[in-house]
Design a protein around this ligand. Structure first.
Ligand SMILES: Cc1cc2nc3c(=O)[nH]c(=O)nc-3n(C[C@H](O)[C@H](O)[C@H](O)COP(=O)(O)O)c2cc1C
Length: 372
């Protein structure tokens, strides 16, 4: 264990024997300190949207397909010209040092380098952009930007990300104000660990600051002009994250987005909005394959990933289960989490008669109405 400012970080480095991803939360709760765990697990208000995110996968069913003469499904795919061994991606999640002393470095090593997936770094990472990129050892990464009101600050982060070799910028647009998260209020949660990117805010190094104070430094107003501005400045693909309606998807594409990221932030922002999976088909229809789509929020099973791909996603991301795997086993724990969901997805692909991810994207879903 490593202790930073009185906060106890796990140093575990081991493979995990995983039955399923939902079971990881209770295990991780035993080793992540209360405030950190509450920040990771929590959603906003009464967490209705958080709960519906996973339940919504029951609103569609996979059509079993036998006699399809296939074996050994192939998970490899391509996103914006990047070759990947799996369509499962690590969502950008802040402050992974809350779960493990190596933080994002271990996630990059385990999540990307080990399984050939795509890693996204958060602006609020607990390791620097360069260090996280180096840990990935050349494996592809994206950088997620929370826009500051200070454009020079944004430019400095974008410069650093570009220098580190990231393949694209995720602009998160659904967090112009912090969701009302009761767990953090109950725990009086303050980030106990340093966050190097925030050192650049004139206010200090982010350490010991409340979440509200940090968000107060971020841009509260984000428009289509910001998408254009970032694309022009970096010359990298800009992926707009936090889209939950066809209208926003079209606005983002009109502003030059290279991809759309359908997400409700894992139920941490606008409580009372629909489950992310429920809005995916209408967004995919509006996007009409002009740009690729990343999907997240509530994905816990191979069958969830399959349904999201069949409903229009090109990549499927998840957040919390990876952080739990990080706490329990460091880089190897993260690798185990990715291997588990890949394994489940392979089984579903075989039983649905889909050999490739392209086949999954064409697979039919049915919509019988079962009671939850
Ligand atoms: C602890 C935590 C921190 C997060 N930090 C960020 C962040 O810094 N930037 C961002 O765009 N999304 C952030 N998210 C949202 C994730 O990118 C993703 O949308 C969400 O985790 C998906 O839901 P899931 O955890 O149910 O898989 C965070 C989520 C969690 C759980």
């Amino acid at each position: 264990m490593t202790v930073v400012n009185g906060y106890e970080q796990s140093d575990a480095e081991k493979k995990l024997n995983i039955l399923n991803l939902p079971s990881l939360a209770d295990e991780a709760k035993k080793i992540i300190p209360t405030g950190g765990y509450g920040y990771i697990v929590g959603g906003s208000e009464d967490e209705w949207t958080l709960a519906e995110n996973t339940k919504a996968f029951n609103h569609a069913q996979i059509v079993p397909k036998a006699l399809s003469n296939i074996d050994s499904p192939d998970l490899s795919t391509n996103f914006l010209g990047i070759d990947l061994k799996t369509p499962i991606m690590m969502a950008p999640t802040a402050a992974q040092g809350l779960a493990h002393s190596q933080g994002e470095k271990d996630t990059a090593r385990g999540g990307v380098a080990a399984v050939g997936g795509l890693m996204a770094q958060s602006t609020y990472s607990s390791t620097s952009i360069a260090d996280t990129a180096a840990a990935g050892n050349g494996a592809p990464q994206l950088f997620q930007l929370y826009m500051s009101k200070d454009w020079d600050f944004n430019k400095s982060l974008l410069d650093e990300a570009k220098k580190a070799g990231v393949k694209g910028i995720i602009l998160t647009v659904d967090a112009t104000v912090d969701g009302y998260r009761e767990e953090d209020i109950i725990n009086n949660f303050q980030f106990p660990i340093p966050m190097p990117n925030l050192e650049k805010y004139s206010a200090g190094d982010g350490k010991g600051k409340g979440i509200g104070e940090i968000y107060a430094s971020a841009a509260q107003k984000i428009s289509e002009d910001d998408v254009r501005r970032i694309a022009e400045y970096t010359d990298l693909p800009v992926i707009v994250k936090g889209v939950q309606s066809p209208e926003d998807a079209l606005r983002a594409i009109g502003a030059g987005a290279a991809a759309i990221y359908v997400s409700n932030h894992g139920g941490r922002q606008l409580n009372g909005g629909p489950a992310s999976f429920d809005v995916l088909p209408a967004i995919a229809k509006a996007v009409n394959k002009r740009v690729p789509i990343i999907f997240d929020s509530g994905v816990r099973r191979g069958s969830h990933a399959f349904k999201a791909l069949a409903a229009g996603a090109d990549l499927v991301a998840f957040g919390r289960p990876v952080i739990y795997g990080l706490a329990l086993g460091g880089a190897e724990g993260v690798q185990s989490v990715f291997e588990q969901i890949d394994h489940e997805l392979e089984i579903i692909m075989q039983l649905a008669g889909t050999k490739t991810i392209a086949d999954v994207k064409h697979a039919p879903l049915t919509h019988f109405n079962y009671a939850d």
